[in-house]
Design a protein around this ligand. Sequence first.
Ligand code: C2O
Ligand code: CU
Length: 473
Amino acid sequence: AGLSAACRPEARGAAPAAPAPGGPDTGFTDDLRIPPLAPSTIDPDGARRFDLGLRADGRSAFLPGRTTPTWGIDGDYLGPTVRVRTGERVRMTVTSALPERTSMHWHGMLLPARMDGGPHQPIEPGATWRPEWTIRQPAATLWYHPHAHGSTAVHVHRGLAGLLYVDDPGRAGLPDRYGVDDIPLILQDRSFTPDGAFVEDGVDSGTYGLLGDTMLVNGVHRPRLRLGVRTVRLRILNAANARVFHVGLADDRPFRVIGTDAGPLDRAVETTRVRLSPGERAEIVLTLAAGERVTLDSRGPADGTEPETGAFPLLLIEVATGAEPAAALPETPGPAPEPFRDTGVVRRFRLDQLDINGRRGDPARIDEVVPAGAHETWEITNGPYAHSFHIHGAHFRVLATEGAAAGPKDTVFVPPGASLRLAVRFGTDTDPATPYMYHCHLLRHEDGGMSGQFVVVPPGTERQVSRSLPGHH
Ligand code: C2O
Ligand code: CU
């Protein structure tokens, strides 16, 4: 297998023999790799078709002089960026050349449960899975990754993840030239063995799972991004297994947040740092000076309250001296949120070390039954460990928050001891026999059973639903 252009050893110059994690700001010699856009074709019925191939034979060069065996989607590591549009029909074919069972989940997508790609839609070695659905949600930066029962952490860690953009043809005004002024940043952390292999995220990886000592952005350690524009939109995904990133600029200058997990904010929010726990996304806009160099870094508390260890640089941004002038941005990146039609339903979820409401996830058990299109309040209370709470097939707002934290979400960081109230809006697709999941997005926690399942059913049929699924015992 070939190495991707940005990962070729000869592209590395006289870099040190080993990374200096947390050390001085060395590196920044390799160009940021921009994931290719996934090609698509239009089927005779008008559906947009993508073909994704999962591979276990990748070879990547993250560190000088060392080759890392990796997994990838249509490439050696990570996957192409898939772009779909609000209103269109999408048809995926996902073919696995992996040596073991996996699945492919469309994180943040509102779609029928059978298309969701969770543990109930496994893809066996050599098999092809063909989900299809219609995009019925606003513009957003989503992502896709495996979600097989008990092996999500390892499959994502080896390299299976990619971005999934929803574009809304009805909205314009934000930088949207992919790789030019609209830049994806997939944040991950990894550790390496002396011969260059990944240290895997295993059962002995600690309370939260593996916290790597080497930061990767789009699969490149300490990359450099050369910009020909002064106004840039960064779409940032935390695709790490456990690490929380606190993203900002090294000089702490303010920037604008224009979107969160599930879509745009209705008002841009100025801030100096965004916290992203695993699975969360943010879209930010920077306006820079021609010729300037700034470092994007992560700096968070090192007080043990988070799966986080201090400060480290992520990316050097260099703006060309002849860069395009700064662009004006809309004050309202997105429409005002639709009103929350509170149905008065409150569900309570008590998180502990690996339990939700005192039990571990069971693929055969339905924990909650939700009527289609419901608006419900979910109350999350947390014990002594940090978690990242994600709900499939639904979007929510975190109540009693302000600024970017009040934006549309599908995943939220839950600090130790915290209580959060979520105003959750469920999708309208019904299937009493196929569950969606909610779970911790720290992937060792997810694999360890920190999850639950719900089905979405036609309103009025909630009581007819069986709480256990056939074929699972
Ligand atoms: Cu990003 Cu249930 O997953
Ligand atoms: Cu957790």
